[in-house]
Structure formats: structure tokens, C-alpha cells
Design a protein around this ligand. Structure first.
Ligand SMILES: [Zn+2]
Length: 263
């Protein structure tokens, strides 16, 4: 995986600098950073319901196809579905997303907090599903400081990937549910990880992150997560991109149970 990380970094190298430089390219293809910008814009439109679910679906699918093509032109990201399945079965590929915690912090018995049916990423009015795992820390007074260590808690990347969207402006009183979130595209799995309710976000769209790298600090941002009835947690979702470019949630519980832990 280390080699892949280096290739990823090379492929994406200088992305954040790109916006302030004139990049000469003989290709008409949009850059990876352009896809990040499109995703960020689209996701904001979905949340504000300023785009119809159907056209959101179409745009999402285009962005995902674009990302897939850009990465798959690199030899190291060419994976067939058998290779992908064996990676997904291998715990070695995944990192537990909270430093200092283990699978016992996952809500519910055996990950039963996951409810995938009825989920629609493109329709903000659809509710009731929870295609995610909530992972809790010890924070009885809800100050987002770990009661055991007296320090904030690091949110880590489950796998390596490209940060394609972030929110950092959530304020108490806002009705938005995810709070300060991060979306990371994993080009090997061809899927998206979503990390919600963070306090501080330490990455930007266009950043390449390694599995296990710090993304954020855990928070209580988000309409429901901010309420005192909600214990402090990370909301982690994984969406597998289908051949049509549309997302299908997968329960990440088996990955989390066998994931590598960080102290
Ligand atoms: Zn949740």
C-alpha cells in the first residue's frame, strides 16, 4: 500500500498549488482538483435542495466516472473486481478511524446501528435510514475532550484517498445534519468514505491522504449530534460506486472490526 500512496501523491502532487498557478496541459480532461470542486458544489446544492434529485444523480455519476478514469489511467490504480474484493476482505487495508479506540467503541451490538434501506444521497428530504456506523468516545461532559486523556480525539483516514469535499463552517443552530464533514474518494475501492460531526477539519479538497493519517478532530457538529441527548461520536459511512456511477452504501462494520488500530 505504501507504493500506491507514493504514486497517488505523485499523481496529485501540487494540486493545492494548482489554483494559483497556470498549469499547462495538453489534455482537455478536467483536473482532479476540478472534480473536487464539482463534487463540493454539487453536495452543497443537494443539501440546500437547489438541484433536483435527478440532475444531482446525473452530475454525481459524471464526477465519479471522471475520477475513475483519471486514476485508472495510472497502472497502480488498475484493479479488477476480484482484486478489489480480496482487498476488502483483508483487514490490513483498513485503519480504525479513531486514534486510541478499538471496535468496542462502535455503537450497538455487532454493528446493528447500520440501517441501509431507504437511503438517498440525492434527496435531502428523505430520512429514516442510517447507512453508517457511529463510533463513540468517552466524553461524559460533552466538551469533545476525551475524559481519559484530557485531549481532543483524532479522526484518521480509514484508507488512502483523495479528499474531494469538506465542510468547516457549521454553526450551532444550523439544521444541517452532518456538521463539519469530510468526503474522501478511494480510487482502489472506487468508493467514498464520509466522516461527519468533526470539530476541526485538517484537510482540504485536493489533498491526498494516507490510510491512518489524521483528517480531523472529533466534534459534536450537526443538527442532531449537537444535542445533549447525543453522545459524542464519529458518523462513518462508505458508499460503493456502482458501474452506473451511482452510490450504494455498504456496511463498513466488518472492515472496522479487523482494521489496524492507532495508538
Ligand atoms: Zn450516525
Amino acid at each position: 500500500m505504501r507504493v500506491l500512496g507514493i504514486v497517488g501523491a505523485l499523481l496529485i502532487g501540487g494540486l493545492n498549488a494548482a489554483s494559483s498557478q497556470t498549469v499547462i496541459s495538453d489534455s482537455d480532461e478536467p483536473s482532479l482538483y476540478t472534480y473536487c470542486q464539482r463534487f463540493q458544489t454539487l453536495y452543497t446544492q443537494i443539501r440546500e435542495q437547489s438541484i433536483t434529485p435527478d440532475s444531482a444523480r446525473m452530475q454525481f455519476s459524471r464526477i465519479m466516472h471522471g475520477l475513475q478514469e483519471r486514476f485508472h489511467s495510472q497502472e497502480s490504480f488498475q484493479q479488477d473486481s476480484i482484486q478489489r474484493d480480496s482487498l476488502r476482505r483483508s483487514g490490513l487495508y483498513f485503519n480504525f478511524p479513531i486514534r486510541g479506540y478499538s471496535p468496542s467503541a462502535i455503537g450497538g451490538k455487532h454493528g446493528e446501528g447500520y440501517r441501509g434501506t431507504g437511503f438517498d444521497l440525492f434527496d435531502y428530504t428523505v430520512r429514516g435510514s442510517h447507512p453508517a456506523q457511529d463510533i463513540f468516545i468517552v466524553d461524559r461532559n460533552q466538551d469533545v475532550i476525551d475524559d481519559r486523556t484530557g485531549a481532543p480525539v483524532d479522526i484518521l483516514a480509514v484508507t488512502s484517498g483523495l479528499v474531494i469535499g469538506i465542510e468547516t463552517q457549521w454553526k450551532p443552530g444550523s439544521e444541517y445534519r452532518g456538521g463539519n464533514w469530510i468526503w474522501v474518494y478511494d480510487p482502489i475501492l472506487h468508493g467514498l468514505f464520509y466522516y461527519a460531526h468533526n470539530s476541526q477539519v485538517d484537510v482540504r479538497p485536493g489533498d491526498w491522504v494516507q490510510g491512518g493519517q489524521k483528517l480531523a478532530e472529533m466534534g459534536r457538529t450537526g443538527f442532531n449530534a449537537y444535542k445533549s441527548r447525543s453522545p459524542t461520536h464519529l458518523h462513518l459511512m462508505y458508499l460503493q460506486i456502482q458501474p452506473d456511477g451511482l452510490p450504494q452504501p455498504i456496511n463498513p462494520y466488518p472492515w472496522l472490526v479487523s482494521a489496524q488500530l492507532s495508538k
